[in-house]
Design a protein around this ligand. Sequence first.
Ligand code: GLY
Length: 399
Amino acid sequence: MKRNLITLDRPERFDTPYSISKAKLEAALADVVDRLEKMAKEHPGEVPGSSIGFKYPFSTDVTSWLGGLYAGCHWLAYELTGNKFFKEQGDILVQKYREMLDAGIGIGGHDQGFRYILSCIAAWKATGNEFAYETALEAGKLLYEHGYAQKGKFIIRSKKSWQGSGCRTMMDSMLNVPLLYWVGKETGEAKYTEAAIGHTKTTEDLLIRADGSSFHHYQFDPETEAPVGGLTLQGRSDDSCWSRGQAWGVYGFPIAYSYVKEQFILDVHKDITYFMLNHLPEDNIPAWDYDFTSTKAVKDSSAGVISACGMHEMAKRLSNDNPDKAIFTNAAAMILDSTIDTCTGDNGIDYDGFLFHVTGYASAKKPEKRHIDQTAVYGDFFYFEALLRHYNPDFRMYW
Ligand code: GLY
């Protein structure tokens, strides 16, 4: 979709250099590591589901995307602390993801990236584990073979029948497409990179609207794979902008740019990030949908920390004379600092996870799964990553 000229409503809000003290980052990281160790010691070899009453239901079933994010937390913790306990837990999850692949479970699923990047690519990057490397390569090749629509050029939403809502793509897959980029880079086979660019371009063309907001989902015709229209699953309405969906773009496009230096990626990233910043409540924590800009609306702190990681990543890649470099750097730090202050700490609640005010499904379309104002591992992982990005100047992402 052709986009309007999108500008920042209040550039002065983000133009003052902003930093978080080392002591504050260290205290926040120590809290994260302690909480992770406690959860993992109480539930060894298990992974969390979506929280109910701030407690995670743990199980040995790693098939959900949440298991990948939890594995990623262990690799971040191992790299930070060198504590072998986290490596042992991460290795157990690598083995489970290998078994899942061998059993043919989740093949080509749209969550393949979340699962295999944060378990296996992370293990390989953190420890050089070749078994994990081979597993991730195979997972990526299977995503290409079974999860990529060749005509429509998009990563397929795998949950439903092809005739129905399976013939869709979604903003979330901007964090699955890095698996295709990575396989293309590692194998040197152009078809994987071309597919990854195809998905990135389709997202830019169809899911990003003229004002820089995003549809959560996009429906295609199952026969021709031609575009039909945008809609939502987790947002307030088909025409609203679900904040975590937007965040998947604010982080996904910079990851894509880390693999391929395409101008369209820089352009769309700027537009969607400006939209996000223009709709960020004054306390710098997103509401669950950008129809809401009041600090009183139900929040989704995961959208904030995912967006902070994305702005931080893109800022590193922009030249010093680009004013967005400072804007994105400052805004990322402001969001993270407010997240530490308002979404963590001892509220007198015995809770799992690291981060409050995470919202799963607030949409009326999904009344049976209302994880509203909870903790969730997709908040935890990106909060941990955002802290490390600010703490360690040499931070290397797993994506
Ligand atoms: N990928 C699902 C979600 O963001 O809730």
